[in-house]
Design a binder for this molecule. Sequence first.
Ligand code: ATP
Length: 838
Amino acid sequence: MSDTLTPMMRQFMEIKDQYPDAMLFFRMGDFYELFGEDAVLASEILKITLTSRDKGEKKTPMAGVPHHALEGYLYKLVKAGHKAVICDQLEDPRQAKGIVKRGVTRIVTPSTIIHHDGVDPSQHNFLAALHGDDDDICIALWDLSTASVKLLRSNREQLADDLRRYPVSEYLVCRDGLLEQGQLVQAPQQSAADFARFEHGHAMALTMASAYLEGTQLRTVRPRSIEDLSARELLLMDENTCVNLELLRNMGGGREHTLLWVLDRTRTAMGGRLLRDWMRHPLYQQHAIEQRLDAVELLAGQYTLTGSIRDTLGRIHDLERLINRISLDQHKPRDLVALRQSLRFTQELRLQAPHCADSPLLQSQFGNMEDFTSLLDLLDRAMCDEPPVTVKNGQVIRSGYDAHLDQLRDVRGNARDRILHMEAREKQATGISSLKIRYNRVFGYYIEVPKTHQNRVPAEYIRKQTLVNAERYVTEAIKELETSILEAEEQLIPYEESIYADICQQVLQWFDPIINAARSIACIDVLSTFAEVAVAYDYRKPRISPDPVLHVQGLRHPVIEKLSVEPFVANDLVLNTDDQQLMIITGPNMAGKSTYMRQAALAVIMAQMGCFVPATEALIGLCDRIFTRVGASDNLVEGKSTFMVEMSETANILHHATRNSLIVIDEVGRGTSTFDGISIAWSVAEHLSSQGPIGARTLFATHFHELTDLERELHGVVNFHILIRENHGTLHFLRKVAPGAAPKSYGIEVARLAQIPLSVIERAHEILQNLEAREYSPEGRSSVVHSQDPPFLFGAVEDPLVEKIRGLNLDECTPRQALQILYELKSEAGGSDTSRGG
Ligand SMILES: Nc1ncnc2c1ncn2[C@@H]1O[C@H](COP(=O)(O)OP(=O)(O)OP(=O)(O)O)[C@@H](O)[C@H]1O
C-alpha cells in the first residue's frame, strides 16, 4: 500500500481489498462516499456528480450520496446488477481518537434489499437455493423481507419452468451447471440444526440460503415460516398454463387484463402477496376450499361489516416487512410510527371477530391476532407523532417518556432563557446596564463589559480578553451554566438513540405475534377482497365435489366480460368422466371457442382458490391438475418451432394428466401437414378419452372437422359448436355453445372479414369445393378417418407411373421381363435397387 495515502484512505483501502467485487459505500459525516472505479461507475449509474479527492495522495475520483437517501441509490445499483458493501462509522466521530473506527455493517444484493424504496410491495423477493442432482432438485425460496420460505422440488427438465413462476432475484447452486444464472456456493458439509426436521435436500438448500444471507446481514438470520409446497395438496399448473390462461401476467408479461387484474382489490401489501400465492397454488382439498368459500359467503352477505373491515385494512401498513426491517436493524423512526398505526388498526380489526363467528376460518384468523394493547401503550408513550427521518436529529421520543431525557432537553432548550436570566441578574447586581453575556467558540460563554464601566466590575469576574472598547470575563456561575448546557447537548442525542434502541428491542419481543397478525390480516384481506369482487361482478359460490364432474350454468369469462364491448354471452358446461367426458368444440375462427374453454379452466382455478365464480350456478369437481395447450406461439428463444412447442406441450399432458385433471386443448396438429395434423389430433383425442388411459375431463377445440366423427366412435366424446348466423355472406357470431358439430368451418368467410382480396377469396372457394367433393365417402363418412382413398388436394391429377402400369400387357411378359419392369418402375419412383437383368 502506498505510503502517501492518508490514514483514512488507508482504512478505506483495507476494507475495499476484502470486497473487490462490490461497490464500497464509505460513511463520512452525512455522506456515503465511493472512491476510485466505484465512484466512476456509480456516477454513471446513479447520475451523481463525480469529483475527486486530492489530499496527500494522487487524485482519486470520488462520488457520494447523502446518508438518508442511501436506500434508493442502493436499489438502483443492485438493479443494475451490482453488489454494494455498506461501511459505517462505528463510533461517534467526536469521541474518536485519531481516525474514526469504521466497519462493514451489511452487504446488499438483489435478494437482500429490504427497504420499502427497493422492493415491490405486492411481490415476494426470493433468494433461491438449489441442492440436488438432475433428477431431484430441492429448492428453498427465501424472502428475507418477510422472513418466509417456500420449499419446492423439481428436476432438470422442469426446473426453469418451476422457477419462472416465482419472483426470484438471486440463485445459489451447489454445483456447476445446475442453473445457468446460479452463483456457485460451497455445498454445506451438513445441514444446520434448525433445519434438521426437513428432509436432506431441503435442509441443505435451507442451510445454503441461510449461510449466504447471514454473510450479507452479518447477523443470525432465521425464517419465521417455512412452507413445504411439495408436501401440500394443491392444484398443480405448470407455468405454461398460468401464462396461457393469463392468470398473473398477460402474454406480453404485464398485469393488465389478467385474472389478477380483475381480482386484486386487496387493501394491504400482505394481502396482495397472499392473493398471488393463492392464485399460483389453488387448493386440492375439499374441506379447506369450502372453509374459504364459507368465509367469502359470510363477508359477501354482510355489506356493512365487510366495508368496515376493508376500511380498517386500508390503514394497515406492511407489518410483515416493517417488523423484519426492525429485526434486521434497517429501519427508521417512522417505521415505528407506521407500526404503531398499523397495530392500532389491527386492534380495531379484532373487534370484528364476534361478527365473523360463523366462519371457522375467519375465527381462526382473528384468533391468531394477539391483543397488542401493552405494545401500543409503549409506542404511544414513547414515540413522537412525526419523528424526523433519523434518530440523529433527535425529537423521536415523546416528552414525558423518560425523565432524564426530558431534563437534558430542558437544559438545552432553556439555555437561552437561563442566559438571559443570568444576564439580567448580573446587570442588576453590578448596576451596569450595558453588560452582555455572549458566546464564541474559543471562550464559550463570557460576560462583556464596556471599558467605560470597568470600575464597577466585581472582584470575582475573571478577565479573559481585552478589546478596544470592552473587556471580557467569565465567572464560576457562567462556567457551570456552560458545562451543563454543553453536557446536555453532548448527551442528548446518544441518550435518545439508546432509548430508541431499547424501544426497538421491546418491539422485537413481539416479533412472532406481529408476524402472525400480519398473516391473518393478509388472509382476511384476500377473503374480503373475494367477497367484494363477488358482489361487484355477481360471482356465485360454487359447490365443490370430490367427483370428477364440472356442471356450470351461465359461465362467463371474468376478464373478457369486463373488456368486451358487445354484451358477454354466458354458456353452460357439463363435463364428467362418463357420457360427456371429451367435448370436441368446432366453430369458425373468432367464434369464441378459446374463450369458452379458458373460462372453464378459470372457473375451476377460482373455485379451488376459494373465490366465487362468474356463473349463475357451479358444481366443481376437484381437479388435481389443469393442463392447457393453447395458441401457437413460437418459442424462438428456446429454439423451438411452433410445431415443436405444440408437441412438447401435448406430450406433457399425455405424460402427466390423470383422471382427475382438466385438460384444455385449443387445437393440436396445426403446425404440420394436414394429414399428419389430423392423425395426431385424432390419436391424442383417443388417448385422452375414457376408453384411453387418461379419461380426464377434456375440452378440445379443433378446426379439423374430421374429429367430429369421434363422437360416433368413442363413448363419452360429444360434439359442440358455437352458433353462427350467416346472412348474405356476412357472419354474425352468436357466441352460444350448442350440441353437435359446426356445419362448416367458415374459414373463408373469416378471411373475408380480415380483408383478404376478393380474388383470393373466390379462388379459395373453388379449391374448397374440389376438396369437399373427395372428402366424404358415399356413406357420408370421412375418408381420412377410415383411411380409404386419401383425398387429393387439387383434384384428379394422374401419376405418370400409374399411367405406365395401366399400359402394360402382362400376358406378353416373361417373368424375367416382369422383374425388369418392376426394377424400372421402382427406380422411376425413386428406389435404389440396381437392375440385375439385361
Ligand atoms: N361468450 C362471448 N360473449 C361475448 N364475446 C365473446 C364471447 N366469446 C368470445 N367473445 C369475443 O370473441 C373474441 C374471439 O373469441 P375466441 O378467441 O374465443 O375465438 P376462437 O373461436 O377461439 O377463435 P380462433 O379459432 O381464431 O382461435 C374474443 O376475444 C371476445 O372478444
